[in-house]
Design a protein around this ligand. Structure first.
Ligand SMILES: Nc1ncnc2c1ncn2[C@@H]1O[C@H](COP(=O)(O)OP(=O)(O)OP(=O)(O)O)[C@@H](O)[C@H]1O
Ligand SMILES: [Mg+2]
Length: 378
C-alpha cells in the first residue's frame, strides 16, 4: 500500500506487529460509517501499541476538536469526567504544529494544562496527526503504555494514521457520490413521471373528450366530461408531486425538444408531416411555462390532425419581448371559428393560456387552413 512506504523507518517494526496493523487497517478501510472508522482506528492503535487509552480527535474549521472518540475509558467514568477535550494544552500544540509528539511524562510538557476531576492519570503520550488529502483531519492520541512509547510505536501509529486518513478521504468521496446518485435518481423519477405518466393521462383525456363530443345523449356526455375534469385534476396533483420531487438541479428542460418530440409522436399515426420552426435562442423558459406551452401545442396539433385534412402541420416557437410565441398552422379545410360549436379542446386551450397570463388567436377560413397563435409571458 502506497501510504505505508511514505512512512520512514517502518522497516524497524516487527513483521508480527505489521501484520496485525495491516489486518486492522483493512477493517478500517472497509468501514462505511465515519464514527465507526474513527473508533476502529483508535482501537487498532491501542492494540498494536499496548497503550491503555486511545482517542481520535476530529478538527473543526476553527482549529478546535469537534469530535472526540475514545477507547479504554468506561462510559460511566467518561460521564463523570464531563465534557470531551476540545483541543487545549498539549492537544492544542499537536493541532498547531501538526507533527508527531512523543512524551514520557505528559505533565512535563510546557503546554500541559492538567486534567479535570475524575480523569485517570495519563503520563506517557503519543500524538500523531491524521491527514485527509492535503488537510489536517485530526489527531490520533495514545496514552499510558508501560515503559513509554518507542520509536517503533511512533512509526506504526504514523502508518495507521496515514491509512485512516486515506480511508476518511475515501469515505467522504463515497458519501458525496451517494448524494449525487440520490439527486440523479429523483431527477429520473421526476422526468419519468412527467414524460410518460402525465402525457399518458393527458392522451386518455383527449380520447375521452373526442368521445364526449360525439355523444348524442346529454347525460353520457356530461359524465364523460366529468371524468375528463377528474383526469385534469389528477394531472395537477401529479404535477405538484413532481414539483416537490424535482431537485433544484432540474434546469435543463428544453421546450424545443419537448414540443418536437410531442408533436412528432402525435402526427405519426396520421401520416402527417410535422414541420418545425423553433428558434434556437428561446432562452431559459420556466418549467411551468413549458408545461402550459406543451399542453397548448398538443391540443392545437391534435385539432389540425383530426379536423383539417392537411398533409402538414407547422409548429413554430419564438421568443420576443418577454413573450413566448407559439404557432400551430395547417393548410387544411379550415372552419369558421364564430360559427363552429367548440368542443372542450379550443376552450380549454384558451383558458389555459389565459390562466398563464397569455393570449390566444385562432385564424381560420373555410378552405384556407387554420393558424392558432398563442402568446405566453415568460
Ligand atoms: N385545425 C382545424 N381544422 C379544421 N377544423 C378545426 C380545426 N381546429 C378546430 N376545428 C373545428 O373546431 C371544432 C372545435 O374544436 P375543439 O378542439 O374545441 O373541439 P374538438 O376537437 O371537436 O373536440 P375536443 O377537442 O374536445 O376533443 C372542431 O370540432 C372542428 O370542427
Ligand atoms: Mg380539439
Amino acid at each position: 500500500m502506497n501510504c505505508l512506504t511514505t512512512v520512514p523507518g517502518l522497516a524497524e517494526v516487527t513483521p508480527e506487529r505489521l501484520a496485525a496493523l495491516v489486518s486492522g487497517a483493512a477493517a478500517v478501510t472497509a468501514t462505511a460509517d465515519l464514527s465507526e472508522l474513527l473508533t476502529a482506528t483508535a482501537e487498532i492503535a491501542r492494540e498494536s501499541t499496548g497503550a491503555k487509552y486511545a482517542a481520535l480527535g476530529v478538527l473543526g474549521e476553527h482549529g478546535t476538536l469537534i469530535e472526540f472518540v475514545h477507547v479504554g475509558i468506561a462510559r460511566e467514568l467518561a460521564e463523570a469526567i464531563g465534557p470531551l477535550p476540545t483541543g487545549r494544552g498539549v492537544l492544542g500544540t499537536l493541532i498547531h504544529e501538526a507533527k508527531t509528539i512523543r512524551l514520557d511524562r505528559l505533565q512535563d510538557h510546557p503546554d500541559s494544562t492538567g486534567f479535570p476531576p475524575h480523569h485517570p492519570p495519563m503520563s506517557t503520550f503519543l500524538g500523531v496527526p491524521v491527514r485527509s488529502g492535503d488537510a489536517l483531519f485530526g489527531n490520533l492520541y495514545l496514552t499510558e503504555k508501560e515503559g513509554g512509547f518507542t520509536q517503533d510505536d511512533e512509526h506504526l501509529v504514523e502508518a495507521l494514521a496515514a491509512i485512516a486518513g486515506s480511508a476518511v478521504s475515501n469515505l467522504r468521496l463515497q458519501q458525496k457520490l451517494r448524494r449525487l446518485a440520490v439527486v440523479e435518481d429523483r431527477e429520473r423519477i421526476a422526468r419519468d413521471l412527467h414524460d410518460a405518466i402525465i402525457q399518458d393521462i393527458f392522451s386518455v383525456g383527449l380520447v375521452l373528450q373526442g368521445l364526449a363530443s360525439r355523444m348524442d345523449n346529454e347525460r353520457d356526455r356530461h359524465d364523460i366530461e366529468e371524468a375528463v375534469t377528474r383526469l385534469d385534476s389528477a394531472i395537477s396533483e401529479l404535477r405538484r408531486f413532481i414539483f416537490d420531487l424535482k431537485p433544484p438541479v432540474w434546469h435543463d428542460r428544453d421546450l424545443g425538444t419537448e414540443i418536437t418530440r410531442l408533436t412528432q409522436q402525435l402526427a405519426e399515426p396520421y401520416g402527417v408531416r410535422a414541420v418545425f420552426d423553433i428558434s434556437t435562442d428561446l432562452g431559459q423558459i420556466p418549467s411551468d411555462v413549458i408545461d402550459v406551452a406543451s399542453q397548448i401545442v398538443r391540443e392545437a396539433t391534435s385539432n389540425a390532425l383530426r379536423h383539417s385534412g392537411s398533409p402538414t402541420v407547422e409548429i413554430g416557437a419564438e421568443s420576443r419581448a418577454g413573450f413566448l410565441i407559439l404557432t400551430i398552422a395547417d393548410r387544411g379545410r379550415g372552419f369558421d371559428p364564430a360559427a363552429v360549436k367548440t368542443g372542450l379542446g379550443l376552450s380549454s386551450l384558451r383558458s389555459r393560456a389565459e390562466k398563464a397570463g397569455g393570449d390566444t388567436t385562432v385564424q381560420s377560413r373555410p378552405g384556407r387552413g387554420t393558424t392558432v397563435r398563442v402568446l405566453l409571458p415568460v
